[in-house]
Design a protein around this ligand. Structure first.
Ligand code: SIN
Length: 347
């Protein structure tokens, strides 16, 4: 290491297609995710893309992100907190599968304290083609992630893919194949990476003001009650996560799945339900009846829309609270974190 280098970028590998490998270079589908180590991903981009920083690598996991687990999330949050808390670290980049990237981004933004993110970027990046592809997209995305992490205005949790920068609360995978697979819904992207330079259109604001949870302050939580521990402290202490499931409304939906979950005696009882409702929070009458039974039984029910754009508009006569614009998968993360810190309610 050269003595004039003082700042570090930490590159954390978790697997995904960006680290995927197929038997043939023309096979973009029949590959295994999470095969190449993070050092190999780094070796595939020009050294100049990393700027003047020393790059520290850490292989935290090697998985297909469809199999993302609470255990990996916990470890990831604790390692990000460790690295972001060090003065010499300018930012952290995570390589991740595209399938649950938006959930991980939102989870990290929710649990990491504002103090750690308000001045430093945490950038997730990914690829839609495996590293073994004839024309892989991973190296360009990783180079762009470095450009973003090195930008003086970058802060908070962001995702970068196909030259577009997305915020953690907005980012959503919207295409199963296209290289530009992500979208930020109504908000639009935060910016673009062009020829190694960041062009902001919606630059990060002071991260405290980003509403990411149904209520309350990021990294502390929620529900109007000041908890005794922060989310990070809870993560350090706990390996048990409240069980929160997602149900969807659709033509012919019934309440049978909700009733079955309520009836099922388990060592891990259901604590919350997010419903991916149709349109502006509409529900089949049978599903709504079952959700009211669940709510009466003490299960927290949160209403989100299954529409890709927009949000459920709040109504004073709504039977269930809405997700404050969070998509169902993110509303689930917010609700389980809220329940994690809530004092158990007597049933
Ligand atoms: C994954 O999510 O790990 C596999 C799919 C991808 O990265 O595109």
């Amino acid at each position: 290491m050269l003595s004039h280098i003082s700042k570090k970028i930490v590159l954390v590998g978790t697997g995904g297609t960006i680290a995927g490998s197929a038997a043939r270079a023309d096979d973009n589908l029949g590959y295994r995710a999470g095969q190449l180590g993070v050092e190999q991903l780094l070796a595939a981009i020009p050294g100049a893309a990393c700027g003047p920083c020393e790059v520290v690598t850490e292989q935290l996991a090697q998985l297909d992100s469809k199999d993302m687990s609470f255990a990996v999330w916990r470890q990831l949050a604790l390692r990000c907190a460790h690295w972001l808390g060090r003065d010499e670290v300018q930012g952290v980049i995570i390589t991740h599968g595209t399938d649950t990237l938006e959930e991980t981004a939102f989870f990290l933004q929710s649990v990491l304290p504002v103090e750690l993110l308000s001045g430093k970027p945490l950038v997730l990046t990914c690829a839609m083609r495996p590293a073994s592809a004839r024309v892989p997209d991973g190296p360009q995305n990783l180079s762009d992630a470095f450009a973003l992490a090195l930008d003086p205005r970058a802060r908070g949790v962001m995702a970068v893919c196909a030259g577009r920068i997305h915020g953690a609360a907005q980012v959503q995978k919207v295409h199963p194949y296209r290289l530009d697979a992500f979208d930020s819904g109504d908000a639009g992207p935060m910016g673009f990476i062009e020829e190694g330079l960041v062009r902001w259109v919606n630059p990060p604001v002071c991260s405290e003001s980003v509403p990411v949870q149904p209520a309350g302050a990021r990294g502390r939580v929620i529900c109007g009650v000041e908890p005794e521990v922060t989310l990070l402290e809870w993560l350090q202490l706990s390996t048990r996560w409240p069980r929160v499931e997602i149900v969807m409304n659709y033509a012919g939906a019934s309440g049978s799945m909700v009733d079955a979950m309520l009836a099922h005696a388990s060592h891990d009882p259901l604590r919350g339900l997010v419903v991916a409702a149709t349109g502006n929070g509409s529900l089949h009458q049978d599903l709504e009846a079952a959700l009211l039974r669940a709510q009466a039984a003490g299960i927290r029910v949160l209403l989100a829309t299954r529409c890709a754009y927009g949000r459920v508009l709040p109504r004073t006569d709504a039977a269930f609270p809405d997700s404050c614009g969070l998509a169902p998968v993110k509303a689930r993360v917010a609700l389980l974190l809220e329940l994690a810190l809530a004092k158990p309610q007597p049933r």
